[in-house]
Each structure stands twice: as structure tokens, then as C-alpha cells.
Design a protein around this ligand. Structure first.
Ligand code: FE2
Length: 298
């Protein structure tokens, strides 16, 4: 682990203006940033420094944070427009803009985790939308004493490691992302008619270009139904091959949560999945979540 004080490629004036206390956590683009209290408004140069840092480190964690939902919304808005959620909570109400992920209800009973099973598969948030997510921000309020980890796979590094032959084969291919397929792929209950209406299938490039860095990344996951124009079996075999490739240890950072962690990651170049590696009915796991809207992949 290498602790450095650094700034990132932004305007030259930022170099002296706001040095981040940044510790590299892995060679796959994960870093920890210290010395910031996210419950307070941040000065513009600090926001710029974080925005620059996430270009080099698409996974960032800020430890020991304590934020209300409103404070989390304020911090999130520094990075773009907050995504509203069209999904419904179990009581039929709409997801609030800062919503809470939890495994236990107020009485300590295990909540129906059917949909959450989706999170155990590699995916990138909201790729079933024409305009998928840029960053996701999670604030850990309660975490199990051990386990409940989240893994992040760097899809840029995974792309770079492919042979020229495979890269050539992938050029121009479009993957169809579909909420219905996502439910099928993860073995969760079928999509409702309302969800099918709200989330029609969309096509995205299988290899997308990062709009800020220009780097190419594989863009797939559990939300993918098939490769457009390719026989189903052939497309499935290709998707399985690429997913297995991305999930190799050399591309993956495993985040072991601590209470108070605020993590943010760039969905445009990372895939992630939750690990069910804790006693899910025994330990509470509560995180507040916000998502920032991205742009159409190309
Ligand atoms: Fe996710």
C-alpha cells in the first residue's frame, strides 16, 4: 500500500490549490481519500480534485464519514444530476432519490432479498437504460462484522489484456441490455408488466469508450440479454468468455466495508458484484445509495 499526497490531471492551478490525501488500494484503480469531511460543503477545488482522481482511480473510498441523506444528496450533486428511481419499494412507493439498501427490516426480520440477488452477478448500474449511470455512491451505515464485501472489476484493464484477434472480433458489436433478461439471468422473479413497459431493451456497444479518458472498456454484465445480430448460442458463449475474463483476480479489487465508508465508483469502466459471504439473516447491512446520471455510451 502506497500513501502519497497528490493531485491529478486537472488545471495546473489545482496542483498547489488542493492536494488530496490519496492512498492507492490496488493496481486495478482503487484508492482511499482522507482528510475530507463529506457532511460539510466542499470547496470547488476539492470537488475538481475528486473529479480528477476518479479518472485515474475509478473506485474511491472515504473512511469514517457520517452524512445525513440530505448531506449525501449535496455531495452527490457535485458530480452531476441525481438519478431518480422508477422502481418501487416493497410498500409500492417510489424509491426516494437517496434510498436505503438494507437486508433487515426495523423488527430485524430478513427482507425479501429476491431482487437483491441480482447484485451477486457482475453488472454495471442501470445499463438497461439508454442513459446509464455515471457514478454510484454508497454510504455504509451498518455493516456485518465481516463479509458482505463488494468486488469491482476494471473493465478497461480487462479490455487492454485481450488479444488483438479478440479485440478485432468485438469491434462494432452491440449488446442488448434488458431488465427482463436481467431477471432471467439472475434467477430472480420475472419482471412485472410495468417494469417491462418502463424498461424496454436498449443496445450499447460491447466495447465502450470512456468519454473523459478515451480508454476502451468492456461493457456487459447480468443485464445483457444477447449480442445483436449474433446467433444466441454464439453470443452467450462470447459473453460468458468475456465475463470470466473480467472476473480474474488481476482485474478485481475486493472492498471490505467498514462502518462510515463512503464509496463512489465509475460505472463506465468498472463492473461490480456483491458477495453473499456473511450471515445474511443475522447481521444488518444498511447503505444509503445515490446514482449520478451518465451519458449514452459510444
Ligand atoms: Fe449495482
Amino acid at each position: 500500500m502506497n500513501t502519497i499526497r497528490t493531485t491529478h490531471s486537472g488545471e495546473a492551478t489545482n496542483l498547489a490549490a488542493f492536494p488530496l490525501a490519496l492512498t492507492t488500494l490496488s493496481g486495478t484503480g482503487a484508492a482511499e481519500i482522507g482528510d475530507l469531511n463529506l457532511s460539510q460543503p466542499l470547496e470547488p477545488l476539492a470537488v475538481t480534485a475528486i473529479r480528477d482522481a476518479i479518472m485515474d482511480f475509478p473506485f474511491l473510498v472515504f473512511r469514517n464519514q457520517s452524512m445525513t441523506k440530505d448531506q449525501q444528496a449535496r455531495f452527490s450533486e457535485y458530480f452531476g444530476e441525481l438519478e431518480s428511481h422508477i422502481g418501487k419499494l416493497s410498500d409500492g412507493t417510489t424509491f426516494p432519490i437517496v434510498h436505503t439498501l438494507t437486508n433487515l427490516d426495523a423488527a430485524g426480520n430478513l427482507i425479501n432479498m429476491d431482487v437483491a440477488k441480482l447484485n451477486y452477478f457482475w453488472h454495471t448500474d442501470k445499463s438497461y437504460y439508454a442513459i446509464p449511470a455515471f457514478v454510484t455512491i454508497l454510504h455504509a451505515l451498518e455493516v456485518p462484522p465481516e463479509g458482505g464485501d463488494t468486488q469491482y472489476a476494471n473493465a478497461q484493464l480487462a479490455y487492454e489484456a485481450l488479444s488483438p484477434e479478440i479485440k478485432a472480433r468485438l469491434t462494432g458489436l452491440m449488446a442488448v441490455h434488458d431488465w427482463q433478461a436481467s431477471r432471467r439471468n439472475s434467477g430472480t422473479s420475472p419482471a412485472t408488466n410495468e417494469q417491462i413497459r418502463e424498461r424496454p431493451p436498449v443496445s450499447h456497444p460491447l466495447v465502450r469508450t470512456h468519454p473523459d479518458t478515451g480508454k476502451k472498456a468492456l461493457y456487459l454484465g447480468v443485464h445483457v440479454s444477447h449480442i445483436a445480430g449474433m446467433p444466441q448460442a454464439e453470443g452467450k458463449a462470447l459473453l460468458t468468455q468475456l465475463t470470466d475474463h473480467i472476473g480474474q483476480d488481476q482485474f478485481v479489487y475486493t472492498h471490505r466495508w467498514k462502518q462510515g465508508d463512503v464509496v463512489m465508483w465509475d460505472n463506465r469502466c468498472l463492473l461490480h458484484r456483491a458477495l453473499p459471504n456473511y450471515e445474511i439473516a443475522r447481521h444488518k447491512r444498511v447503505l444509503n445509495r445515490t446514482v449520478i446520471v451518465g451519458a449514452a455510451p459510444y
